[in-house]
Write a protein that binds this ligand. Structure first.
Ligand code: B16
Ligand code: MG
Length: 224
């Protein structure tokens, strides 16, 4: 039996679909700036920090040199206020299908679990979902210096759980997140249609079956 130490979850897009709220909030700001913004472009922002996301949007509209740092801070704050308005609608019914069952099975085996989200709103989201005590550790985005695809956030989660990355599983819905998990030397589970690089992939959270995930982890050889 291969040793398994811990499981680390992404938040937005895995535990709940706040990814859509981020999309709506960025779209509003982009429209105010006259910059085109659609779901396809939004894919590039998943797992990317607030300021890095703003830079990508401005770059896409060729407005990267138009604003001072202070103006950019104000724009990011405006997007966040809109996002927080949308979060008021969030409740326990918005936990994605299969997630509560998966968490219960993992915990039933005595394995620790953590959240690795670069969102500064992660605690608010977990509280809205009634999940604030469900995880053994939630990485504080404010203390993480690098956005995904840097592995820092996943490695921090493993370290805080006393887990070795090579004996840990990460679950993500974004390409940047999968890249971060792999850069950290962990086993990557992808949720979504086009997640190149995932070691095991399903289309939706409803298909996250703990028995199958463990089997894929057991059979995985990093060198292959
Ligand atoms: P905030 P994750 C990420 O969360 C989102 O995927 C990304 O779209 C967002 O820009 C980022 O959090 C920052 O969020 O503005 O709330 O600090 O996927 O790492 O859980
Ligand atoms: Mg995500």
């Amino acid at each position: 039996m291969k040793k398994l130490d811990a499981v680390v979850f992404d938040l937005d897009g895995v535990i709940t679909d706040t990814a859509h709220f981020h999309f709506l909030a960025w779209k509003k700001l982009a429209e105010e700036l006259g910059i085109p913004f659609d779901e396809a472009f939004n894919e590039k922002l998943k797992g990317i920090s607030r300021m890095d996301s703003l830079d990508l949007i401005l770059h896409n509209g060729n407005q990267q040199d138009r604003f001072t740092d202070q103006e950019k801070e104000e724009m990011a704050d405006r997007k966040n206020r809109h996002y927080q308005e949308l979060l008021k609608k969030l409740g326990p019914d918005d936990i994605l299908p299969g997630i509560l069952e998966l968490i219960a099975e993992i915990k039933g085996e005595g394995l620790p679990i953590a959240i690795a989200s670069v969102s500064k709103n992660a605690q608010t989201v977990l509280e809205a979902l009634d999940l604030e005590t469900a995880f053994d550790y939630v990485v504080d985005a404010a203390t993480v210096r690098n956005s995904k695809p840097d592995p820092e956030i996943f490695l921090t989660a493993c370290e805080k759980l006393g887990a070795l990355p090579e004996h840990s599983i990460g679950i993500e819905d974004a390409l940047a997140g999968i890249a971060a998990i792999k850069a950290g030397g962990m086993f990557a589970v992808g949720v979504g249609p086009a997640l190149d690089g995932a070691d095991y992939r399903v289309d939706t959270t409803a298909e996250l079956d703990w028995g199958r995930i463990k089997k894929a982890y057991e059979n995985f050889s990093p060198g292959l």
